[in-house]
Design a protein around this ligand. Structure first.
Ligand SMILES: *Cc1c(COP(=O)(O)O)cnc(C)c1O
Length: 400
């Protein structure tokens, strides 16, 4: 991994003294033109190997496709730009591969603080695998800053991991405050920003050291790629170690997936805006519903996370919300069974709306209440989504 991973500069990033907005750069995949053909869409690079120069060097910067690939680099450059990441971005074969590379870069004996409300499969991985690697763990409600302050151990804690909004309750953690607490203890702050996307939140600007996304979700947005990404604030030794882990363990994303992801990133801002507007409208309408006891969405003014969300999110509050349904677990499952337009499936962030009884997935030990339905808002007509959910809630509650 001798090549720098920093984005190779786009053709232009400013005009008339004005920096182009991230949405302008993303729409044009940073204005890159294929030098061979002058095409506005870059080619898909599938070669696994590259010719050596007569003097035994690799002047193109590429030697073999496990450490690096030109199509992957294109998508990484857009992601690094979207996150404002000085160190650049690294794409992995899944969100889990990206997240576990961060924990893999820690040393035995290091202490980690992570959120009680976080992506369930990652929490399970931490519980099962982190102790085997000599890491010690403390789970804490990271939206409670006093609790977070009490959980970090100065000199021993090396990583604070927060997810905001946190799946599946959409609790909001204060990134800037968490960064201060982590740094005062000598730890790094990593943020799983999957539910916020770089459209709504840029954690590195708020003091985080690393950002992680499951790019499977809204970044790709079409439910046809599994991918993960890390973006780094600084190209320090820890970042280099993460790069080394990706190259050594073979966790790089495949070029075709990177190409599809790149195509999706061009419309990210449109999708994120439409999906967040839909989620807001759903949240407002569902909270008056006779069979809904609570709506969890940080965009609602009386949501416990709203004040912090307003500070660290812009142009909306994301595409994810959850509802708690009257009639407990049975009411929730019966409702999920009766949707027609919503699709009853796991995952999130796609252009099609998904509904899931989350406790069935998470099982014992999860903070997810049994009457909760997780809703991922797509780009369908919001009135259609509301009408379908309304008929499912009514039918689910009429059922014996
Ligand atoms: C899906 C998800 C992950 C894991 O990503 P994969 O791409 O499925 O490996 C991690 N964090 C959050 C918040 C997620 O939604």
């Amino acid at each position: 991994m001798s090549q720098p991973n920093a984005p190779q500069g786009p053709s232009d990033t400013r005009t008339e003294g004005r920096d182009f907005a991230p949405r302008s750069l993303a729409a044009q995949a940073m204005g890159r033109i294929d030098p061979g053909t002058r095409a506005v869409v870059m080619p898909l690079h599938v070669s696994t190997t590259f010719i050596r120069d007569p003097d035994n060097r690799y002047s193109s910067g590429y030697s073999y496709a496990r450490p690096d690939n030109a199509t992957v680099r294109e998508a990484e450059a857009v992601l690094a730009m979207l996150e404002g990441a000085q160190a650049g971005a690294l794409l992995f074969g899944s969100g889990m591969a990206a997240a576990t590379a961060v924990f893999g870069a820690l040393e035995p004996g290091d202490h980690v603080v992570a959120g009680t409300v976080m992506y369930w499969a990652l929490k399970r991985w931490l519980r099962e695998e982190a102790p085997r690697r000599g890491l010690t763990l403390t789970f804490v409600d990271t939206d409670d800053l006093d609790a977070l302050r009490a959980a970090v151990q100065p000199g021993r804690t090396r990583l604070v991991w927060i997810e905001t909004p946190g799946n599946p309750l959409w609790t909001v953690s204060d990134i800037a405050a968490a960064a201060e607490i982590a740094h005062a203890a000598g730890a790094r702050l990593a943020v799983d920003s999957t539910a916020a996307s770089p459209v709504h939140t840029r954690p590195l600007e708020l003091g985080a050291d690393l950002v992680m996304h499951s790019a499977t979700k809204i970044l790709n947005g079409h439910s046809d790629v599994v991918a993960g990404v890390l973006a780094g604030a600084r190209a320090d030794a820890f970042w280099e170690r993460i790069q080394g882990i990706r190259a050594g363990s073979g966790g790089i994303l495949g070029p075709f997936e990177a190409y599809l992801l790149m195509r999706s990133l061009r419309t990210l801002h449109l999708r994120a805006a439409a999906q967040a507007a839909g989620a807001m409208r759903l949240a407002e309408r569902l909270r008056g519903h006779p069979h809904v006891t609570r709506v969890l969405y940080p965009g609602l003014p009386d949501d416990p996370g709203h004040a912090v969300a307003r500070r660290q999110m812009r142009d909306g509050f994301g595409f994810m919300l959850s509802i708690r349904v009257a009639g407990g677990e049975a009411g929730a499952v019966a409702t999920a069974a009766r949707v027609r337009l919503w699709k009853r499936a796991t995952s999130l962030g796609g252009v099609e709306s998904l509904i899931e009884h989350r406790a069935s997935v998470e099982g014992p030990g999860s903070p997810c209440p049994p009457d909760l339905l997780r809703l991922s808002t797509g780009i369908e007509d919001t009135d259609d989504l509301l009408a379908d959910l309304d008929q499912a809630l009514r039918a689910g509650h009429a059922a014996p």
